[in-house]
Design a binder for this molecule. Structure first.
Ligand SMILES: NC(=O)c1ccc[n+]([C@@H]2O[C@H](COP(=O)([O-])OP(=O)(O)OC[C@H]3O[C@@H](n4cnc5c(N)ncnc54)[C@H](OP(=O)(O)O)[C@@H]3O)[C@@H](O)[C@H]2O)c1
Length: 257
């Protein structure tokens, strides 16, 4: 058994990061690579994935780019097969791909509501389904879902996103029961607002809303990408072997009150 900091080491492991070209996904991929994992980056936009792949390689690990829409079940099966073919195994799935579209319940088109659920929840489901068999066969797996403070509470103009992120966290809890006997843990990260391409324009145009978030945050600021990395590495590592079905809020205390 590993001791000391080696409990967190990912040497020889293989991680899949969906949404690997985005702000949190590319940083997560680099962090996993720095801890020792080879990383497969999955998303639709190849250009952003190439930047993320260069960062993984700069950390001394192998990177694989897989262009796929997480909402496409067959494409996710093919993506996992491509990773197994290239790297021979899958130890970690970081279900990070996600979208938002802040609109009221009355304004959002039903098709758009469904698309957000399709990407944020069903996308994770397809990826979990695709990695489950190889993880079960090897008796080991770490699945980390990218939730939100809105996995645990509501907010106006965010009904689709709230429904999706709560659904994602509870999908994780359900999977924890199904896969626990196979050495697979499934957890959710509950991040607060971190400025990325997802919300840059919203943060710029709605300063009062984000000032309120800061005001009720004990640590007194929005999140930064780096804030998430320790929690991601923990949940993705052997050190988290008895933690499953949980949502770990990384939010400066926002959800504490
Ligand atoms: N930033 C925040 O404040 C915050 C807070 C809590 C949770 N989160 C969550 O963190 C995750 C990452 O967000 P981010 O802030 O890094 O946003 P981002 O920079 O916009 O990245 C989103 C990523 O998801 C990918 N993606 C979107 N739809 C996809 C699809 N159908 N298939 C495959 N990939 C898809 C995008 O790539 P392509 O468009 O190329 O496919 C991109 O790589 C999301 O799940 C988000 O909800 C973010």
């Amino acid at each position: 058994m590993s001791t000391g900091i080696a409990r967190f080491a990912l040497d020889g492991q293989v991680a899949i990061v969906t949404g690997g070209g985005g702000g949190l996904g590319s940083a997560g991929a680099t962090a996993l690579a720095e801890a020792g994992a080879d990383v497969a980056l999955v998303a639709r936009n190849r250009i952003k994935l190439e930047d993320a792949a260069r960062a993984v390689e700069a950390a001394g690990r192998r990177a694989l780019i897989v262009e796929a829409d997480v909402a496409d079940a067959e494409a996710m099966v093919a993506a996992v097969e491509a990773v197994e073919h290239a790297f021979g195994r899958v130890d970690i799935l970081f279900n990070n791909a996600g979208i938002t579209d802040p609109q009221t319940v009355l304004d959002i088109a039903p098709e758009q509501f469904l698309r957000i659920l399709e990407v944020n929840v069903a996308g994770a489901f397809h990826a979990i389904r695709a990695v489950a068999r190889p993880m079960i066969a090897r008796g080991y797996g770490r699945i980390v879902n990218m939730g939100s403070i809105l996995s645990g509470r509501g907010m106006a103009n965010r009904a689709a996103y709230c429904a999706s992120k709560a659904g994602l966290a509870n999908l994780g809890a359900a999977c924890a029961f199904e896969f626990g006997a196979h050495g697979i843990t499934v957890n959710t990260l509950g991040a607060t607002v971190i400025v990325t391409d997802l919300n840059r324009e919203l943060v710029r145009t709605q300063p009062a809303l984000y000032a309120k978030v800061v005001e009720r945050t004990p640590l007194g600021r929005l999140g930064e990408i780096e804030d998430l990395m320790g929690a991601l590495l923990f949940l993705a590592s052997p050190a988290a072997r008895f933690v499953t079905g949980q949502t770990l809020f990384v939010d400066g205390g926002y959800t504490a009150g």
